[in-house]
Structures are given as C-alpha cells and as structure tokens.
Design a protein around this ligand. Structure first.
Ligand code: 13P
Length: 343
C-alpha cells in the first residue's frame, strides 16, 4: 500500500507536465540571499517572503510540489492559515528538506558530507503528520582540481540512500539530490564524467538500501561547464551532454528527473530545460523519465529582486514568479522561447 502511495505521489509530482518550486533555503542561505538584496534578515521577513511565494495566484498551474524548510512548514499566512493548507488548496503537494546541511568530511580536505540521519525516522514521522508527502536531501560533490575523491562520492551516496529508505518507510517520496557544483574552471566534459561517476554510485547505494526506484525522484545538476571555464558550450550542447550522461546511469524505473538550477541565470535554465525536453520528445531518443524542474534561484531570484521586502511590490513580484514558473512549464513541452520574456 505504501509502495502504491509512493508511486502515486511521485507521479503527481512529475507526471502532470508541471515542476517543483524549491523554497527550502535554510535560514543562513535565505538570510544570505536577503542580505544580497538589502532585505532585513528576520523571521518575519522570511515568513513574509514565503507567504508571497505560496499565495502567488495560479501557481498551481505550473507547480506540482513545493519544498519547504523546517521553519516554513510550521508557519502561517498573516491571517493564520498554515502554509501547508494554502499549498494544498492550490493543488500543490507540500514537501520538506530534511538534511541538516554539509560539514567538512573528515580526512578529505575540501570535501563535504551531508548530515541529518540522526533522529531522521522521528522527524519524518512528524513531517508526514504536518502534511508533507515528499522530502529532499542534498549532497554536494566538487569537481575542482584533484576532486572529487571516491571516499566523498561513496559517503554521500550512502547517506542519500539511507535517507531515501527512511523516507519510503515513512510514506514520503524521497527527492535524491546529488549536486555536482557549477563553481569553478572545470570543463563541461569534466562535469559529465563526475556526474556520471556520482550517479552510478548513488544508484548502487539506492539498490543496496532497497529503495523503490518507482517511488523516488532524482534531482541532479545539468551537465554544464564550470562558471569560470573559458569554453561555455551552447544550449543544445549542454542538453545533449546532460541527456547522454543520464541515459547511461539512471534506471528507466525512476519516474522523473527534476533538475536543480545551481545558480544558472533564470532564462538560460529555462532554455536548457527546453532543449533537454526537445531531445526527449524526438522519436529516436524517447527517454523513459519525465524531465522537469525543481528550481529555487532560477524561479525565485527575479521576484526577490523586485520585492526587496516592500509590501507595495508583492503583486509585481508574484507576477514575476508566476511568469518564471510558466516559462519552465513551457520548457517541459519544448515550447519555451525567449519571445516569452519581456523585452
Ligand atoms: P537551485 O535551483 O537554486 O540550485 O536550488 C535547488 C535546490 O533545491 C538546492 O538544494
């Protein structure tokens, strides 16, 4: 029964031609983004921003699920309505980030391990009762010079698999997010190699921990050149490299792949997602999984820059958010063009 529920939830998240809104920034990350746009770093400002997001008119037209953070899942609108209820009424499934962030990996200078397994079974039970139906855990892998190590890849893959198994036991669909970072000078080919090696390890561990592939979602990076790499491939080359990598390592039983944006400019992320879906729809290369988005910055950032904490700018910021969500939805159907963007 749980297996069927997990498969149904996963299908609702990725199978309806919509994507996910990641709004699960931890307090330090949210505060950092607020500081960058001159917004006060207070509980009330974070609550007001999240209220703006969840009350965006017609958000449910493009968004199937929203990933919340521990602070946010417990918060309400100014009128007292819990955010979880607001989302459910908009037809959006609430999810929850459950890792507790990255720490230095002992013995591996420059590398990180994601923490959060202690007490996770109990936390998942509580989140389910609060209305969450899926969860997220992010692990980071750096492709900087001389990295990543096998030890880092395997430790993080093991953590992701232990988390995913606990989620499924609790009736939550795990979003498994191994992110190969974009920062750095590495080439796109190096990103592809590291992403492939990481995903191979992740799926080996998921299998070892008996995770039901049909009841999970993979949240990977696109295969991209490093931000400071002198050679920046075009949209079609990025899409081809991403699809090539995923075809090699992601089992067909996985219902969906929901990309993170990783700091890409919002319009470029939409264009790349569009090109990936055009490949997927071509007769010769039909891919077995839905290819959707689970963006945070590439959906939120343009709206955040308009809002800047000002009540008078809420409606315009919501229009901007809904616009980005619509663009990304169009990209799932290969229908995004830059003509959709304001001049
Ligand atoms: P970005 O889209 O900003 O990379 O965030 C996605 C996410 O959920 C990071 O964990």
């Amino acid at each position: 029964m749980i297996a069927q529920d997990l498969m149904d939830t996963a299908h609702q998240l990725v199978g309806g031609g919509k994507g996910l809104l990641a709004m699960d920034e931890s307090t330090p990350t949210c505060d950092e983004r607020f500081a960058g746009t001159g917004i006060p770093q207070t509980v009330e400002a974070r609550r007001a921003w999240r209220e703006l997001l969840v009350t965006t008119p017609r958000l449910g037209d493009s968004i199937s699920g929203a990933i919340l953070y521990d602070e946010t899942i417990r918060q309400q609108k100014k009128d007292g309505t819990p955010f979880v209820k607001v989302l459910a009424e908009a037809g959006i499934i609430p999810g929850i980030k459950v890792d507790t962030g990255e720490e230095d990996l002992a013995g591996y200078p420059g590398e990180k391990i994601t923490e959060g397994l202690d007490g996770l079974r109990e936390r998942l039970r509580d989140y389910f009762q609060m209305g969450a139906r899926f969860a997220k855990w992010r692990a980071v892998v750096s492709p900087a010079e001389g990295l990543p190590s096998r030890g880092c890849i395997e430790a993080n893959a093991h953590g992701l698999a232990r988390y995913a198994a606990l989620c499924q036991e609790a009736g939550l669909v795990p979003i498994v997010e191994p992110e190969v970072l974009m920062a750095g000078e590495h080439t796109m080919e190096r990103c592809r190699e590291v992403t492939e090696e990481t995903l191979r390890s992740v799926f080996a561990q998921l299998s070892a921990q008996r995770v039901l592939l049909e009841g999970m979602i993979l949240k990977p990076n696109m295969v991209l050149p490093g931000l400071r790499c002198p050679k920046q491939e075009g949209v079609d080359e990025v899409a081809a490299a991403t699809v090539k990598c995923l075809r090699r390592v992601v089992p067909a039983a996985v219902p969906g792949i929901a990309f993170l944006s990783g700091g890409q400019p919002a319009e470029l992320a939409s264009a790349r997602l569009n090109a990936i879906n055009i490949i997927s729809m071509s007769a010769t290369a039909r891919l077995p999984w839905a290819l959707v988005f689970s963006f945070a910055r590439a959906i939120q950032q343009p709206a955040l820059e308009i809002w800047r904490g000002r009540e008078s700018c809420v409606a315009l910021a919501q229009d901007t958010l809904a616009h980005r969500a619509r663009c990304n939805r169009a990209a799932l159907h290969g229908e995004y063009t830059t003509a959709m963007e304001p001049a």
